[in-house]
Design a protein around this ligand. Sequence first.
Ligand SMILES: [Zn+2]
Length: 248
Amino acid sequence: MTENVVEQTGLRETRQIPAPDPDREPLKANVFEAMAKAASQLTPLFPYDHAGSIVPCGAVLIGGPDNTYGHFFHWNAVNEVAITYGSNQAMLATGQIMATQHLHGVNSFLRDEKNPEAYAVMVITQHQSEEGDQTEALIARCTNCKEELVRYDYDATPFPLPGYDTARHGEADAPIRQFPTTLGSIEFVHRRNSEEGRTCSSCGHVNDPFPADIWGWARTVTQTHAVTRAHRALREAAPTQHEQENPS
Ligand SMILES: [Zn+2]
C-alpha cells in the first residue's frame, strides 16, 4: 500500500503474506486439464503435502447408466473446502463453495448418478496439520437401518512431523508420497467389503459391496508405488561420481 493511499484512506497494512518457501515454489494448475486425465477422485493438483500445506484435490463425478458411487462419511481433524468448478444435474451448483464439517457425507453429489448428462468437476482443498498428529476416519453406515457398519481410523500425519509414517506414506526421499486420504480410503474399502464389514450388527442386513472401482483409489495407490520404485531404479542405475571419474 503506497503512502498516498494510506494518507487518503487511513488504512494501514496489519498483515503481510510471507515470501514463498524456497522449497515450495508457487505453482499453478488447471483443474479441468488435470481431471481430464487423473486416475482417481481426490487427486492432489500440486506436489506439496508437507505439514502446513493446503492440498487442493480434483474430482470429476460423472453419471451413467451403470454408475454407482455408494455413500460414506469422511471425518477429518482439519477443515476442508469444496469448490464446484462446473456441474450439471448436481447437488452443488457451478461456482458453489462449501466448507465441510469435520464429519461429512461423501457420494457422487449428482442428483441422479444414472443420468449420463450429470457431472461435477470439483476441487476439495484439504489442510495438513502444522504440528502434532493428524487423524482421519472413513465410516460406512447400513443402507437399511443407518447403523454404523465400519469405522476405519487412519493416520494422516504429514511429512516431516515426528508422527509421519514412512512405512505407510513413503520414505523421506520418495519423489511422490502416498496421499493419506487415498491410501486410507482403499484400506477402508477392504474392511467395508469383507463379509463382516458388509453385515450390519444391528439389523443383520448384508449390504452391497462398496463400489470402489469408480473412485479409482486403488489405481492411484498402486501407480504411486510403481512410480516411487521406478524413481529409485533410475537413481540406482546412474553411475556414482566415483564411477564416472574412474571408468573401468
Ligand atoms: Zn442395519
